[in-house]
Design a protein around this ligand. Structure first.
Ligand code: SF4
Length: 352
């Protein structure tokens, strides 16, 4: 065991890439302390020791109408069900103003697969919002998953869709909605959402159009370690081919309440250990982000396991409906980062 850990540590020290079996070994066998040290050594290739960055942001859920029917989702309502909503421009602005009152600087829009909204509708709404808050806020305007569905509904190729958004002024579409990028996982839990190859085709179109995007992963459903690694492997290859255009990778955890899948939440230690594996395996990602949204203060321990950045969210109905708790006592969260030994600094919304 010692020999294996030493040989992986040597690879990391020499800046050689670790293999899938190395990642499995690290996750299953490496003591926490060594895992933390290895992840920190990779982080130090990109970031000064003992530092971390953050920002205050809101995930504004403009509609909960969705026809994808993912079994792990606690948020969506089918169009005919009670409790559906689609926010209008003024209602969206109210939510944004609430974020501004907290001093936030980034809005990330996230809805569902709405069966009536065409891509042009999104482009118009986002354009109006950008105009109203010009110079005051930045926007992540869709997730890749929503973009894909909207392109299909609008009978547009991904290249055409990305070109429309680019022309309308969109700057970023997050890599959200990825969960676990493995077709077996997707067939079990969200067969109506997308196939993995299609996800990367859409990401590619977005980047080629000159828009920015990000990488994400959600863990803690019933996925196997192999499925998690299929996700990381695909991301690492995509990032190689995309000349490292994705600036960040964010991992968060599934919350099992109020949905069809249910299950038991994974513990924070598992999350932190996985985060460390992500930092070491994804050696072509500069920024690895830890999740305060799903881990609260415990997420700040992630700074010791390879992460260098985090959000302080003011709202996100999707995860709150599934059991996440959000605090607006930002000082309490920040003091957890300081107590962990990190100097934290507010950052600009871009380029992460
Ligand atoms: S996770 Fe997203 S796509 Fe899936 S049902 Fe929920 S809102 Fe729809």
């Amino acid at each position: 065991m010692e020999k294996t850990l030493n040989s992986i540590a040597n690879k990391v020290q020499n800046q050689d890439r670790i293999s899938r079996s190395d990642a499995i070994y690290l996750f299953n066998e490496a003591p926490d302390q060594q895992l933390s040290e290895l992840a920190t050594s990779v982080k130090k290739r990109f970031h000064a020791e003992g530092t971390a960055t953050y920002l205050i942001m809101a995930i504004v859920n403009y509609t909960n109408i969705c026809v994808a029917k993912c079994d792990y989702c606690s948020f969506y309502r089918l169009p005919h069900q009670a409790g559906t909503y689609l926010l209008n421009f003024d209602q969206v602005c109210e939510r944004i103003d609430a974020l501004r009152a907290f001093g936030g600087t980034l809005v990330s829009f996230n809805g569902g697969f709405h069966p009536k909204l065409r891509l042009q509708n999104y482009a118009e709404l986002f354009g109006k919002i950008r105009e109203r808050y010009r110079g005051q806020l930045e926007f992540f305007e869709m997730t890749i998953a929503e973009f894909m569905f909207s392109c299909k509904l609008s009978k547009l190729t991904y290249n055409e869709g990305a070109a429309i958004l680019k022309a309308a002024g969109t700057r970023w579409i997050t890599g959200g909605g990825a969960e676990i990028l493995d077709d077996g996982f997707r067939m079990r839990h969200s067969p109506g959402k997308f196939k993995v190859a299609d996800y990367f085709k859409a990401q590619d179109a977005v980047l080629k159009a000159g828009l920015g995007s990000t990488a994400t992963q959600v863990i803690g459903f019933d996925e196997s370690l192999d499925e998690r690694l299929n996700h990381l492997d695909a991301l690492r290859s995509f990032q190689d081919n995309a000349a490292r255009k994705l600036p960040s990778f964010l991992c968060w955890t599934y919350k099992p309440w109020n949905n069809e899948l249910g299950g038991k939440e994974i513990n924070s230690r598992e999350y932190l250990r996985w985060l460390a594996v992500c930092r070491i395996f994804l050696d072509n990602f500069e920024n690895i982000r830890t999740s305060v949204l799903t881990q609260n203060e415990k997420g700040l321990e992630g700074l010791k396991f390879g992460a260098n950045d985090f959000d302080l969210p003011t709202e996100d109905e999707v995860t709150q409906k599934a059991g996440a708790t959000i605090t607006h006592d930002f000082e309490r969260i920040l003091s957890a980062a300081r107590a962990a030994g990190f100097k934290v600094q507010y950052r600009d919304p871009f380029p992460l």
